[in-house]
Structure formats: C-alpha cells, structure tokens
Design a protein around this ligand. Structure first.
Ligand SMILES: NC(=O)c1ccc[n+]([C@@H]2O[C@H](COP(=O)([O-])OP(=O)(O)OC[C@H]3O[C@@H](n4cnc5c(N)ncnc54)[C@H](OP(=O)(O)O)[C@@H]3O)[C@@H](O)[C@H]2O)c1
Length: 347
C-alpha cells in the first residue's frame, strides 16, 4: 500500500482547484489529509471531498507546516508570494501559474514528454501553459520518430481558460444577448458570447501576446531543444470548456500521414479521433471532462513536402492544468522523489 501524503490545494475554490479535488479522489491519490486553501474571500466555505465537507482556509505563513505536496493554482502573483514559503516549510510545490515556468532552476514537466525532469526539482515544479501541454502531448510522439523543425499553431481557446468567473461571464452574456439585452464584459475586455477575439494577454514588441510566447518558449524547454521554431496565433472563442488547436508541423524529412496516425493511435495521453468517412474529428464537447488529448484530421501539408497538418482538442482545465499537476504528484510518489513526512516521523 502507498504511504500517505499530506497535500494542500492552493486555489481550491477556482476552476482548476475544483478539478484537482475531483482528480485526487477519482485517481485515489495516497492522501493522509487534504488542506484546502484560497484567499480570505472564500475562507470558511465548504467543499465536498470523498463524501465529506472540507473547510477552505485563508492561506497564511503557517499554512504549509507538515505539508508534503502543494498543488498551487491561485495565479502568478499569489504563487510568487506563497510558493517560496511553502518550500521553506519543506513542501514540494507543483505550480499551475506562469510564475516559475521559465526559471532555469524549475523543471517544466509534461509527464508524457519529460517525466525525468521532475527529479531535478529544488522545491518547485512548474506545470506548463495549458495550450502548450495539449500540443506537446500530441506532437512529441511524432518528434521522437522524426525531428520537428517548425510548428505553426492557431488556437481556439475556451472561456474557462481564464477561470471560473470568465466561464460564468460568457454564460451570462449568452443569456443577455438571447433576451435582447446588452452583454456585460468585466473579466474579458470584450463580449465573448457570439464573438471571438485574439488572446488578450499583453503584447510584446514583436506583436506576439504572452500566451503565444508561452507556446514558443515552453515547448522548447519541455522538449529540451532550442532548435524547434514555433509560431502561434492564440484566439479566445465562445466555447465554455476545452481548447482546440490547428497545428502545422514541418519535419526534417517527409512524414507519412498513415505512419503519424499509427504512432498517435497508441501514444500516451492521446486519443485518435480521425474518422474520414463520417467527417468526424475532435470537438471541444467531446474533449470536455476527458483525460486524453483528442487528435485528428491528420493530413499531408500540400504546401510543403515535409509538412503535416493536425487538429486537436483537449480539456485545458483537466490535462492542461489539474490532471498534469496530479500526474506530476503521482511521479513524485512513484519514483520516491518526495518522501511523506508522516512516514518519516513514524520511522
Ligand atoms: N483555467 C484554466 O484552464 C487554467 C489552465 C492552466 C493553468 N491555469 C492557471 O491556474 C491558476 C488558477 O486558474 P483558475 O482558472 O482556476 O482561476 P480561478 O477560477 O479564477 O481561481 C483562482 C483561485 O485562486 C484563489 N486565489 C486568488 N487570489 C488568491 C490569493 N491572493 N491568495 C490565495 N488564493 C487566491 C481563488 O480563491 P478565492 O475563491 O478566495 O478568490 C481561487 O481559488 C492560474 O494561475 C491560471 O493561469 C488555469
């Protein structure tokens, strides 16, 4: 039997936090106990876990005493302020925010791609950006066979990528429009219902937004190579949950679409959805709530002899955030990278 770990979820009331709770239960993570942390706003709130009510506590400097693993999903500024305190208290932090992803001291891990990086942690392990995780799971199995030279990505990102309140905002906007009223935009800069807009993160001097640069930089770090050229256009669409991505890959030599399909049909974390006779390919409604990244419409790029096109959908709250973090926690347990303090105390 696995030894039990003391785990804290920071950001337990959020979209990712809720999914973390569900996954720790359904995957039977070896828990001694579970602490739910958020801001003072939601302290005292009850959340269900394994049939019991757990009370959310406001995070403070003493929150991490005795904790083995922290699953953090409370935004970058909270992680920057809180994660070092958790590490100081002896916990390993798996962080869903962008705060530490490009820090050379911090491993950036997708378990299907670079699981060994987790053992190099110095207290913090970063969970990559959600669109990047989904793309990495789908294209790495091909990269292992023939090297990818260049990736051109276009994303269609759901409202929930911006959190629970953003998802509620799009639902309210949709109702307002159907009732003939003006939609109200507070979380997003513009109405998203019946609309779409380029990802609203800050733009750099080259005209790329932060989300696009995350795909560029994080893919290289996860794949362990600076030589892959990546460009992306990220767009927010009025889908509630699950991101979609159109991916163009250029390899160093031609890659036959049937071979690619064969490889992806057994790739870890991938489900092939590629039914040409029925014109049935991945859709966000099919990806919602699923662990796997759905991949299909695999075809030769008619504009390039070594190009391949594919289309994917993945639940970005699940594999793009919570599931990836729980898989990293499972790696820490399986490979004995983190030893539970409770067991140490008993020996
Ligand atoms: N949503 C996604 O698809 C997705 C995917 C990948 C990564 N992420 C990342 O995961 C993180 C959480 O995203 P989310 O979508 O779950 O956001 P969310 O629904 O807005 O939830 C945010 C959570 O953080 C807590 N929080 C905010 N400020 C805090 C503070 N100062 N101290 C303690 N807790 C605080 C909130 O608690 P209160 O209830 O008290 O406000 C809430 O539990 C973000 O860094 C995001 O970039 C999200």
């Amino acid at each position: 039997m696995s030894r039990p770990y003391r785990v804290a979820i920071l950001g337990a009331t959020g979209a990712v936090g809720q999914e973390l709770l569900e996954l720790l239960d359904s995957r039977n993570f070896p828990l001694a106990d579970l602490k739910l942390l958020a801001s003072a706003r939601s302290a005292g709130q009850s959340l269900r876990f394994k049939g019991e009510n757990l009370t959310v506590e406001a995070v403070d400097d003493n929150s991490f005493n005795g904790i083995d693993i922290v699953l953090a999903s409370a935004g970058g500024s909270t992680s920057k302020a809180i994660a070092p305190k958790a590490v100081e208290a002896g916990a390993v932090v798996i962080d869903n925010s962008s705060a530490f992803r490009m820090n050379p001291e911090v491993p950036l891990v997708v378990p299907e791609v670079n699981p060994d990086a987790a053992s190099e942690h110095k207290g913090i392990i970063a969970n990559p950006n959600c669109t990047t995780i989904l793309m990495a799971v789908a294209v790495y199995p091909l990269h292992k066979v023939k090297k990818i030279k260049r990736i051109i990505a276009a994303t269609y990102q759901s409202a929930s990528g911006a959190g629970a309140k953003a998802m509620a905002e799009v639902q309210a906007q949709t109702s307002a429009i159907l009732e003939g009223k003006q939609p109200v935009a507070e979380i997003f800069p513009y109405p998203l219902a019946f609309n779409l807009f380029p990802h609203n993160t800050p733009l750099n001097e080259m005209g790329y937004c932060e989300e696009e640069m995350k795909m560029v930089n994080e893919t290289r770090k996860i794949f362990g190579t600076q030589s892959i050229r990546v460009t992306a256009t990220c767009v927010r669409v009025p889908v509630l949950r699950a991101h979609s991505e159109a991916i163009n890959l250029e390899f160093d030599e031609p890659f036959d679409k049937n071979e690619a399909r064969e490889i992806l049909s057994t790739a870890p974390g991938v489900k092939l959805v590629d039914d040409w006779s029925a014109n049935y390919f991945p859709m966000p409604i099919d990806a919602t709530g699923r662990d796997e990244v759905l991949v299909g419409r695999i075809r030769q790029d008619i504009s390039h002899p070594a190009g391949l096109e594919l289309w994917l959908c993945g639940d970005q709250i699940r594999k793009g955030a919570a599931l990836n973090a729980v898989q990293i926690a499972e790696l820490l347990v399986e490979k004995n990278i983190v030893k539970p303090k409770l067991a140490l105390a008993l020996t």
